[in-house]
Design a protein around this ligand. Sequence first.
Ligand code: UD1
Ligand code: CA
Length: 453
Amino acid sequence: MSQRTCLSIILAAGEGTRMKSAVPKVLHTIAGLPMVAHVVKAAEAAGSGELALVIGHGADEMRKAALKFAPKAEAFVQEKRLGTAHAVLAARAAISKGYDDILVMFGDTPLIDPEALAAARLKLAEGTAVVVVGFRTENPSGYGRLIEKAGKLVAIREEKDCSDEEKKITFCNGGLMAVAGRHALKLLDEVGSKNAKGEYYLTDIVEIAAAQGFDVVATEASFENALGINNRAELAQAEGIWQARRRREAMLSGVTLIAPETVFFSHDTEIGADTIVEPNVWFGPGVKIATGAKIHAFSHIEGATIASNCDVGPFARLRPGADLKTKAKVGNFCEVKQAIVEEGAKVNHLTYIGDARIGAGANIGAGTITCNYDGYSKFFTDIGEGAFIGSNSSLVAPVSIGKGGYIASGSVITESVPDDALAFGRARQRTLAGKGKELRERFSQAAAARKKG
Ligand code: UD1
Ligand code: CA
């Protein structure tokens, strides 16, 4: 089958008003990736080499977005929304190039399974002209019903066109269709608009092909394949299903999730075996975790690379560019951004590290801040191997602390510190015997005088 050429046509000219959004519906995200990009990924995973994206009139935002998630896709504009067959025909120029397999998918059905697509392609390879991926449901209302005779699919009837008898059918059109490329245009061109909605229905090619004696079949896949997103409640439902799948995949690949339902992955999260993730952890895009790491509760991590056996959190925030090397530790209430934390270095308490490098084995005391921003530009802080930064120090960048450098607690460091030097950047302490008591007496007398007067 891999030799067979395949074009995927993704219909994304949807109206999307029910999302109540300025953003086109199919650009709303699941696991941080636009839902239409999930469809693109599934098509690619099913071996579809070419991609046609059917978008609505003036959808510049869609074009721009598509450059990111599907740079090779060709966009076609459906000027008027006249139905799903009409939408597919907007990509006529692509279909005409001649493909063995044509897959039609909806941009608002993000959970489609590449295996369902591959199974449909397999049917085409066996000589079937049209394959419809169906699903069974107790509540079929709103879906097109699959009408079979003697094990063959003979028609798809949209809800509004169904007889009472047909409405009882629980085998439904999931919206995925595979069509033999050599028949596709001929079948599509025969579709008319005599139905309750007056639309050109893609689903009508089933009846047309069956009537001409072509082999037409329905395959069965799970309901998720058909879950179309029309509002934000359905978006959240799809997110939930996606997360549940991903958590399971992570656990089966050797990751411990103590409370899986409280851990949220991104579409591209990479996480190695023997990593333990405690409850309530959020992974934004771009996170790569090697093996044996511990991610403690309530950590928020995005754009970060975490090497093996690192310890993160609880309540850590790793932002883009955080790069933790082996056995590094970033503890509670610490934020790390665009910084390398070298092997075994520790940033354990209440600290901000931004635009910095922390040398191997260095210890960053509680409350340390790299002052990396002057309101206009960002500056770099370099901390040498084995350095010790005393608690509550401010390192005003650009600045560097040499290997083994030692910074006294509470320092404001504005000049670089050489290797093995000790730096104080604070006022010297003065202790005045008995002065505390004297001060208290003075203050209490003054307060009493104010009360009287
Ligand atoms: C469609 C199917 C139905 C199936 C259901 C599964 C048809 C006629 N009906 O119904 O059998 O059970 O999906 O969810 O195909 N679109 C365009 N241009 C158009 C019309 C639609 O791009 O002119 C796109 C929409 O953006 C959407 C998709 O095609 O992504 C499906 O269209 P929609 O009107 O939502 O079809 P359904 O009534 O849900
Ligand atoms: Ca729909």
